[in-house]
Design a protein around this ligand. Structure first.
Ligand code: ARG
Length: 265
């Protein structure tokens, strides 16, 4: 697995665009750096390769590479951000994907779409969130561009504003989902399309634990995921807990800091 990451050189809370962010609660820079380095080392020990992109001063949320775009089979759809605060990232992400030799596209149309933050694959089915950040109108064109089937899921809890905060693929036929973040129809869609859909208890999900990445037989996520260790073991996964206090101040954690580049390849 090849994972795109961005070292948090200029990471801080400079604006508030989700309920977790408070400009009065600043990031402890050295702690953020340590937590990020530990995440990177963990991935490397699990056999993943890390590709780095430089953070640009004044774009504090660039550390969340999941929002750079959506990648499938060497094609990248560059995000169009909902908030002006993050729109400055777009040209840097376009350049990064082009530099990696990917066939690179802008998000079709005019509406926002926030990349792998809202677009996750279970097998080759693309699950796309909409509501707080991405617009449903973008979904069909994105799926067509990538040549995949898609399932649209409305996000209804402002705390879980990106799909990757409340839904986590576990390989080809399984996923975690946090029920409070979806409509009843959405939950029915998840259960219809994912053979092993595991509902995460509220207290486990509240700890941002669905923001997870599976690397081989490990699932890297915040400590709260320990609450479903048994269910994870049943699907052959072992949880590796990560301290993410500094990134949680921005409403992000493990998955947000990581963009797998070899999806579908
Ligand atoms: N502060 C960032 C924002 O609100 C956090 C992004 C988290 N990324 C993610 N993929 N969920 O945009």
């Amino acid at each position: 697995m090849n994972i795109l990451m961005c070292r948090p050189d200029y990471f801080d809370i400079e604006y508030e665009i989700n309920p977790w962010m408070h400009t009065s609660v600043k990031v402890q820079h050295s702690v953020a750096m340590e937590q990020w380095e530990t995440l990177k080392d963990t991935y490397e020990k699990l056999g993943a390769r890390i590709t780095l992109v430089d953070q640009i001063e004044g774009l504090p949320d660039m550390v969340f590479t999941a929002n750079a775009g959506l990648v499938w089979n060497r094609r990248a759809v560059v995000s169009r951000f909902q908030h002006p605060e993050r729109q400055g990232e777009e040209p840097y992400w376009r350049r990064a994907f082009e530099g990696l030799g990917m066939e690179t596209f802008d998000t079709p149309g005019e509406k926002p779409f926030e990349g792998a933050g809202d677009g996750l694959f279970v097998g080759s089915t693309l699950f796309i969130g909409y509501g707080p950040r991405s617009d449903r109108e973008t979904h069909a064109a994105i799926a067509a561009l990538l040549g995949v089937e898609h399932v649209s899921l409305e996000l209804v809890d402002p705390r879980f504003y990106h799909l990757d905060t409340c839904f986590s693929p576990l390989g080809h036929d399984a996923a975690l989902y946090l029920p409070c973040a979806f409509t009843e129809e959405g939950i029915a869609e998840i259960r219809k399309h994912v053979p092993h859909a595991i509902a995460v208890p509220q207290e486990v999900g509240d700890g941002f634990s669905c923001n997870a990445l599976v690397v081989g037989e490990a699932i890297v996520a915040t400590a709260a995921l320990e609450g479903i260790a048994k269910e994870l073991a049943a699907v052959g996964l072992r949880h590796i807990p990560m301290e993410m206090t500094e990134f949680l101040k921005s409403g992000g954690a493990v998955r947000c800091l990581s963009l797998p580049l070899d999806t579908g390849a």
